[in-house]
Design a protein around this ligand. Structure first.
Ligand SMILES: [Zn+2]
Ligand SMILES: [Zn+2]
Length: 253
């Protein structure tokens, strides 16, 4: 399987160790057509998350490199945080026009929307390694994700089930209706095969991303290839397993 674009990568503008030019160079060296720079959003200071000022600085840096990397489709997005039990994320509507697309995921260090969200969405994630979350907690987390997909123009759900446990099938069904993709993340492969098989039967589109924070991780999809081995139908669902420009759910209509 060849993957033609890596749409989820980080730089030193958040917790990555690369410069923007390193990500673009890695994409070129790996023979990709497209690369997305998607640093952590505005509520994750302990990830060194972006501020709006840093985002604009990064945008200028990306734009200054476009001629040098004219063979690449270069996207500038963000990895927003789901921070609320009602599906709230850490973006405002006025942020949308600057974004090519929005990835959203749960990150425990991001600042919760309110106390109720801390108790509902965050607290159980701290213990999910030790204690299997109850059906009630999984349902509550799932509801938060579904509200998010309905409320916001999320293009990609990042690393589903990483840190916060959800019913990924129910989320996938909602994503299929709203044109949101489910990510297969090379760093966090945390979907059970039972659920993956069910998801493959839905109409949801999948996207393979590395979530690379280091130059040598960008464009490396081996973990995903290993994961989907034995599921030839998966390749037809992965939007970046074919060349060409991808139609993302747009932040602005
Ligand atoms: Zn993430
Ligand atoms: Zn990430």
């Amino acid at each position: 399987m060849k993957i033609y674009g890596d749409y989820h990568t980080h730089t030193h503008y958040s917790d990555g160790v690369t410069n923007v030019i390193d990500n673009l160079t890695a994409a070129r060296e790996r023979g990709l057509e497209s690369i997305g720079i998607t640093d952590h959003g505005y509520s994750s200071p302990s990830f060194g998350g972006l501020t709006r000022e840093k985002f604009l600085k990064q945008k200028n840096e990306i734009d200054s490199l476009r001629d040098q990397f004219s063979e690449l489709n270069i996207y500038h997005g963000i990895e927003a945080n789901i921070i609320g039990i009602d599906g709230n994320i850490d973006l405002k509507e006025e942020d949308y026009s600057r974004l090519d697309y929005i990835i959203a995921g749960f990150h425990a260090p991001a600042k919760p929307y309110n106390l109720r969200s801390f108790a509902g969405l965050y607290l159980n994630s701290y213990f999910s390694f030790l204690i299997k979350p109850s059906r009630y907690i999984i349902e509550r987390n799932t509801k938060a994700y579904i509200s998010m997909v309905k409320k916001y123009p999320i293009a990609i759900i990042a690393h589903i089930n990483h840190l916060t446990k959800v019913n990924a099938l129910e989320i996938a069904k909602c994503c299929a209706d709203y044109g949101t993709m489910i990510e297969l993340n090379a760093k966090h492969v945390e979907l059970s095969y039972v659920v993956f098989e069910q998801i493959l039967k839905t109409d949801v589109k999948l996207i393979a991303n590395t979530d690379g924070h280091y130059k040598n991780k960008i464009g490396r999809f081996e973990e995903i290839e290993k994961y989907i081995k034995g599921y030839p139908e998966a390749e037809t669902k992965i939007v970046n397993a074919k060349p060409g420009v991808i139609e993302f759910r747009k932040p602005i209509y």
